[in-house]
Design a protein around this ligand. Structure first.
Ligand code: ADP
Ligand code: MG
Length: 553
C-alpha cells in the first residue's frame, strides 16, 4: 500500500499563483479589476490601453485619488484594501472592490508598474511589483493612478494556452470597458487597442453613453424602462421588439452599478418578449437594478461577477414588470405569425466564447439559453435539474410534448417524404382524414389523396419525422373522430397536441445528459404555460428555501 502524501502548507508564491488564477483568468479580467479600482478611487476620466490582446501590455490610467507613497507597497499585498474593515462592512459594500486581492493577483502573474500621486503630495511615486518584489521610488505623476501590466502570464504558461487569439482577447477587453462605461456615464472613458482609438466616451447622459457604446443604430432602437417599489428600483433601456439579435451579447445587467451575469434576470427579460420576438431572437438590454446593499450578497463569486439577492423573486418580478410595461404599446404576435419568420436565417444560438458576457457561464453553468442545468434522471423517468432557485423536477414526456406542441403551432421546417408514403389506414379512416387535409397542412403534415380511399404523406414537420406513420395516422383519426369540431382553430390545436403526444419521449426512455439539457433548453425557448397541452404540469420546482425548511436548517 502506498503511504499517503505528506500534508503541508503551500509556499506563499505558489498559493498566490493559485489565487491569482481565479481573479485574473484572462486579460479582460485584469482590465476589469483596474477599471474597478479607478472607479472606486472616484476617477472622472479613465483611459485604457491594450496591446496584443493584453498580453504585451495593459495600461489603465485614472485621475482619481491616487495612493500615498507610504501605502503604495501595501496595496500589492493580498487582503490589502482601503474599502472595508469589518465583517459587517461586507453587508454594505458600495465600492466595486472590497477583497483586496486584485493588485496582488495581477502582480503574481505579470510585471506591474504603478505611477501615482495624491493631491496632498508634491511628488508622485513609482512602484514596480514583479516576482514577489515591490520597489518604490519617487517619480513625476499627475494626481491619480496609472497601472501598467506587462508580461502577463509569463510565469503561467498553462494559462496562456487557454487564451484565445489576441484579436479575440482584445475584443473581450473592449466588451469589459463598454460594460463599465455603460454604467458610469458621468466618467469619461477612452480605449486604445494596438495604438488605435476604438472608444471615446466623454462624460454624458445615460442615453448619450448608450449611443457611444452600442452605436447609434442600436441606441435608436432602444426604449426606456422604469419600475419602482419601496426598496427596489429597475431602470434602463431595452430594444423595441422589432429588432432581435441572434445572441445575448448585448444584454447588460447591473446591481447597484456592479455589472453582473444574471441568468434569472435574462429569463425575466426574455419571457416578457415571448410573444414579441420569435424563438431564437434575443432583445438588447441595459438594465440597472438598485437595491439596498444589505439585500444583496456581492461576496459569492471569485470575480464578483454574480451576486445573490436576498429576495431573488422580487428582482425577477421587478425586471419582468419593467419590461412588460415598456412593451405594452407594441402589438404581440399571434403564435402562428411566427411562422412567417424566416427560420432558416436564424443562426443557431451558439456564442463563440464563454466570456462573462454570455449566459453560458452564468452561475449554475447554463450551456445555451436556459437557467437550468440537467443533473440526472430518476428511475429513467423524471429529469432532475439545478436552477437558480433550487431543484427542478421535469416530466420528460410532458415537457417534450409541450415543446413539440409549440413547435407544431409555430411552424417549423418540413421534411419531404420521398417517395410519398401510403398511409396504412382503412377507407373510412381515409375519409375522416380527407375532410381536414388543410388543417393538417397548417401543421406541416402534408397528406394528399392518391386514388380512391388512399392517402399518401408527402411531408412532415421535423418533430414528427421519426414517428411511425401508422401510429401518427391512427392518433389523428382518433382525435378527429372524438367529437364534432365547430372551429378549425381548436381542431388544429387538438391535432397538434395529439401529434405532440405521439411523438414525445415516453416515461421510461433513458436520456443522456446532453439530451436532458437539450430538452431543458428547448423548454426554456418554447414553453409558455407551465403545463403540457393536456393540462399536466411539465415541471415542478423545489426552492432552496423549501429544502432548507424541510431539512430544518
Ligand atoms: P480592492 O479593490 O479589493 O480594495 P485591490 O488589490 O484592487 O483591492 O487594490 C488594493 C487597494 O489599492 C485599494 O483598496 C485601493 O486603496 C488602492 N488602489 C488600487 N488601485 C487604485 C487606484 N487606481 N487609485 C487609488 N487607489 C487604488
Ligand atoms: Mg480592486
Amino acid at each position: 500500500m502506498p503511504s499517503p502524501s505528506r500534508i503541508h502548507i503551500l509556499e506563499p508564491h505558489v498559493a498566490e499563483r493559485i489565487a491569482a488564477g481565479e481573479v485574473v483568468e484572462r486579460p479582460a479580467a485584469v482590465v476589469k479589476e483596474l477599471i474597478e479600482n479607478a472607479l472606486d478611487a472616484n476617477a472622472s476620466a479613465i483611459s485604457v490601453e491594450i496591446e496584443h490582446g493584453g498580453l504585451a501590455m495593459i495600461r489603465v490610467s485614472d485621475d482619481g485619488t491616487g495612493i500615498r507613497r507610504e501605502e503604495a507597497p501595501i496595496a500589492f499585498r493580498r487582503f490589502a484594501t482601503s474599502k472595508i474593515t469589518t465583517v459587517e462592512d461586507l453587508e454594505r459594500v458600495r465600492t466595486l472592490g472590497f477583497r483586496g486581492e486584485a493588485l496582488a493577483a495581477i502582480a503574481a502573474v505579470s510585471q506591474v508598474t504603478m505611477v501615482t500621486r495624491t493631491h496632498e503630495e508634491l511628488e508622485g511615486t513609482r512602484i514596480v511589483a514583479s516576482d514577489g518584489q515591490v520597489t518604490t521610488e519617487p517619480a513625476a505623476s499627475p494626481v491619480g493612478c496609472s497601472v501598467t501590466v506587462t508580461n502577463l502570464y509569463h510565469n503561467a504558461p498553462p494559462r496562456r494556452k487557454f487564451l484565445k487569439s489576441p484579436l479575440r482577447e482584445s475584443e473581450l477587453c473592449r466588451n469589459t470597458v463598454i460594460r463599465y462605461a455603460l454604467a458610469f456615464p458621468h466618467v469619461a472613458f477612452r480605449l486604445r487597442i494596438d495604438g488605435r482609438e476604438t472608444l471615446v466616451a466623454p462624460q454624458g447622459t445615460p442615453l448619450e453613453r448608450l449611443t457611444v457604446c452600442l452605436g447609434r443604430e442600436a441606441a435608436d432602437e432602444m426604449i426606456p424602462i422604469r419600475w419602482e417599489a419601496a426598496d427596489l428600483r429597475v431602470w434602463g433601456f431595452i430594444s423595441r421588439p422589432t429588432v432581435g439579435r441572434s445572441h445575448r451579447q448585448s444584454q447588460y445587467f447591473y446591481v447597484n452599478n456592479r455589472p453582473i451575469r444574471a441568468g434569472l434576470l435574462t429569463v425575466a427579460l426574455e419571457r416578457a418578449y415571448e410573444r414579441h420576438l420569435p424563438p431564437g431572437r434575443h432583445p438588447m438590454a441595459v438594465i440597472f437594478i438598485e437595491v439596498d446593499p444589505a439585500y444583496v450578497d456581492v461576496n459569492v463569486h471569485p470575480t464578483k461577477a454574480e451576486v445573490r439577492f436576498m429576495h431573488e423573486r422580487s428582482a425577477y418580478w421587478a425586471v419582468s414588470q419593467a419590461v412588460t410595461e415598456a412593451l405594452k404599446p407594441f402589438p404581440q404576435a399571434r403564435t402562428d405569425e411566427f411562422m412567417r419568420w424566416p427560420f432558416d436565417e436564424i443562426p443557431a444560438e451558439m456564442p463563440s466564447d464563454t466570456s462573462h458576457t454570455n449566459l453560458r457561464e452564468v452561475g449554475v453553468g447554463y450551456h445555451a439559453g436556459s437557467p437550468m442545468r440537467a443533473i440526472g434522471q430518476l428511475h429513467n423517468s423524471y429529469i432532475l435539474a439545478q436552477s437558480p432557485e433550487g431543484l427542478v423536477i421535469i416530466d420528460p414526456h410532458a415537457a417534450h410534448e409541450a415543446i413539440l406542441f409549440e413547435r407544431l403551432l409555430r411552424g417549423e421546417p418540413r421534411e419531404e417524404i420521398s417517395p410519398a408514403f401510403r398511409l396504412p389506414i382503412t377507407q373510412r379512416e381515409a375519409e375522416t382524414l380527407s375532410k381536414y387535409l388543410d388543417v393538417l397542412a397548417n401543421l406541416g403534415i402534408e397528406i394528399e389523396p392518391f386514388g380512391k380511399g388512399t392517402l399518401v404523406v408527402r411531408a412532415l414537420p421535423k418533430s414528427l419525422s421519426h414517428v411511425p406513420l401508422a401510429n401518427l395516422a391512427a392518433a389523428l383519426v382518433e382525435e378527429i373522430s372524438s367529437r364534432s369540431w365547430s372551429d378549425t382553430g381548436s381542431l388544429q390545436e387538438a391535432l397538434a397536441a395529439r401529434a405532440a403526444c405521439t411523438a414525445a419521449i415516453k416515461a421510461g426512455d433513458l436520456l443522456s445528459l446532453d439530451q436532458m439539457q437539450k430538452l431543458i433548453d428547448d423548454l426554456a425557448t418554447y414553453w409558455s404555460p407551465a403545463v403540457c397541452p393536456h393540462g399536466r404540469p411539465a415541471f415542478i420546482t423545489l426552492s432552496m428555501e423549501e429544502l432548507e425548511r424541510r431539512f430544518l436548517r
